[in-house]
Design a protein around this ligand. Structure first.
Ligand code: CO
Length: 222
């Protein structure tokens, strides 16, 4: 057991051919369970959840929530950063809320997030430095608490949580979410953190269903 604990997951067997073989297996096994599965899915999607998570290969939305294709609408970027001017994120959010009419938007970060850990250093990694600067801004907001945590892993993990909380807050500030609430839509924004070492999700219990908690300056009049 201890030998595997010290090694990362072996991916040497993964080739592009093995992915195509894997796809055939996926189709065969899915059809065995439900012969109409793909024909039904092809008719359209009605996922009740939008997942905004990290691009990290270890946190796939469907697998970690035991869901299937068609059940979660997904947006992922490095370190699940929610930026007001990110047209990609805004397009996904608008489509999910106003066309698919999802009931839940989940921001799911994960402990041990490389993007968050990198943001706590002074190293440069290339263009991503500009993206991770948003996380440094969150650090600045909470520096007084974070600087008291001497353990580096714990400090990074707390910043992971703050990054999710800020993401939830940033989503609630958008005209898309505020508009949905003003129009009486049943929509909740959640903040979760996935624990890589156990597979469990930690619900940060900040589920929000109205703009009441927003500072007045962010509230939009409709
Ligand atoms: Co990550």
């Amino acid at each position: 057991m201890s030998a595997t604990n010290n090694h990362i997951h072996d991916t040497s067997h993964i080739t592009y051919e093995s992915l195509l073989e894997g796809n055939k297996k996926f189709v065969a096994e899915t059809l065995k369970e439900d012969p109409d599965y793909f024909t039904k899915l092809a008719n359209g999607q009605k996922p009740p959840v939008l997942w905004i998570g990290c691009s990290d290969s270890r946190v796939p939305a469907n697998q970690v929530t035991n869901t299937k294709p068609g059940e979660i609408f997904v947006h992922r970027n490095i370190a699940n950063v929610i930026v007001h001017t990110d047209m990609n994120m805004l397009s996904v959010l608008d489509y999910a809320v106003n066309v698919l009419e999802v009931k839940h938007v989940v921001v799911c970060g994960h402990y041990g997030c490389g993007g968050v850990i990198a943001a706590l250093t002074n190293k440069t990694y290339g263009i991503i430095d500009n993206w991770l600067r948003h996380i440094k801004d969150i650090y600045r907001l909470h520096a007084s608490e974070l600087d008291l945590i001497s353990d580096e892993v714990q400090r990074a993990n707390r910043l992971v949580e703050f990054n999710v909380l800020e993401g939830v807050h940033n989503l609630c500030k958008t005209s898309i979410i505020q508009n949905a609430w003003v129009n009486g839509k049943d929509l909740t924004v959640h903040g979760w953190v996935y624990e890589l070492s156990t597979g469990f999700i930690n619900d940060l219990k900040v589920s929000t269903t109205s703009s009441n908690n927003l500072n007045d300056v962010f509230k939009l009049n409709y």
